[in-house]
Design a protein around this ligand. Structure first.
Ligand code: CAA
Length: 293
């Protein structure tokens, strides 16, 4: 198919320089995988590269080449012209609508005219983000160039990218983004711009139900996780997975599902809300359903 041909050639999709906004676990993972695939080309990256060299999957020379393709931009990178040659940008900051809207308006103002503006959002509406992609100098909308590009943690391991067109997205932008995701070695699924897309519409109510099972005394956290792990062959039980994703992220996705559908089946568990209020955010904070050292 034309899509698989494109994934075999190095840069037939025309994406040569990629920018990633956000240096959390998703942003760094995306930078790392993009740098490994892209034809021209931090501490976490060094750790990932070190592991690959140790396992014999990469030699030192290749690791140095990948490392040299990732450059940290300054705080004012957009205004200072550091993004002047970027073909595609992936925004991967925290799930906060106002912050993302500000970033999309800045991207629309400063990126070169052909650049694709992708968001790694896991639940925020792409059509809403696209509407904020307005060039502040000309007043022109760049909504047609906005697309959802949803990765999964850990990005180097998980084989999926969920592609989400906004109502405004150009077909050619969608196809270029699909080709680039395939070149990154990912399988692509496409979802309409609806709350939670495919992945979180199914995953988050499952995790939330596991938390409700815990708070209503159905079983211990260990027995809930072991049941799903060994009974259904899930790589992690739902409470371990919630800690891994981040309890704040789980809560914010449930709140989006609940608010945007108005359906009470998406009501976030009270315990989930309390844990986030207490600062127990899961693995990243050292404490969630389990303790991490
Ligand atoms: N970065 C890079 N590589 C990593 C990694 C990381 N953070 N964590 C693990 N790996 C690699 C390891 O190096 C190892 O590689 P090799 O096979 O080459 O040796 C491989 O992954 C397996 O790791 P481990 O043997 O240490 O551990 P495991 O077999 O238990 O796998 C796991 C770990 C891949 C995380 C697995 O438990 C798993 O798949 N869990 C479910 C993850 C999941 O569901 N993620 C999606 C969350 S939802 C989301 O991200 C989106 C959202 O919108 C909320």
């Amino acid at each position: 198919s034309p899509a698989s041909k494109r994934s075999l050639s190095t840069d037939a999709d025309g994406i040569d320089k990629v920018a990633v906004i956000g240096a959390g676990q998703m942003g760094i993972g995306i930078s790392y995988v993009a740098a490994k695939q892209i034809t021209k080309g931090l501490q976490f990256v060094d750790t990932l590269l070190g592991k690959e060299v140790k396992k014999g999957k990469m030699n030192n020379e290749e690791a140095n080449r990948v490392r040299s393709r990732i450059k940290a931009a300054s705080e004012n990178g957009l205004q200072d012209g550091e993004f002047a040659e970027v073909d595609l940008v992936v925004e991967a900051v925290s799930e906060n609508l106002a912050v993302k809207q500000t970033i999309f308006s800045q991207l629309a103002t400063h990126l070169p005219p052909h650049a694709i503006l992708a968001s790694n959002t896991s639940s925020i509406s792409l059509s809403t983000l696209a509407a904020s992609a307005i060039d502040q100098k000309t007043g022109q909308s760049r909504a047609r160039q906005v697309v959802g590009f949803h990765f999964f943690n850990p990005v180097p391991v998980m084989k999926l990218v969920e592609l989400i067109p906004a109502l405004q997205t150009d077909r050619s932008v969608l196809e270029t983004a699909r080709g680039f995701a395939e070149r990154m070695g990912k399988t692509v699924t496409q979802s309409a711009d609806t709350p939670g897309f495919i992945s979180n519409r199914l995953l988050m109510p499952f995790i939330n139900e596991a938390i409700i099972a815990l708070e209503t005394g159905v079983a211990t956290k260990e027995d809930i996780d072991t049941t799903l792990k060994l009974g259904m062959n899930h790589p992690m039980g739902p409470l371990t997975l919630a800690d891994f994703i981040g309890l704040d992220t789980c809560l914010s996705i449930m709140e989006v599902l609940m608010r945007e559908t108005g359906d009470s089946k998406y009501r976030p568990s009270v315990l989930l809300g309390r844990m986030v209020s207490a600062g127990y955010l899961g693995k990243k904070s050292g404490q969630g359903f389990y303790t991490y050292t």
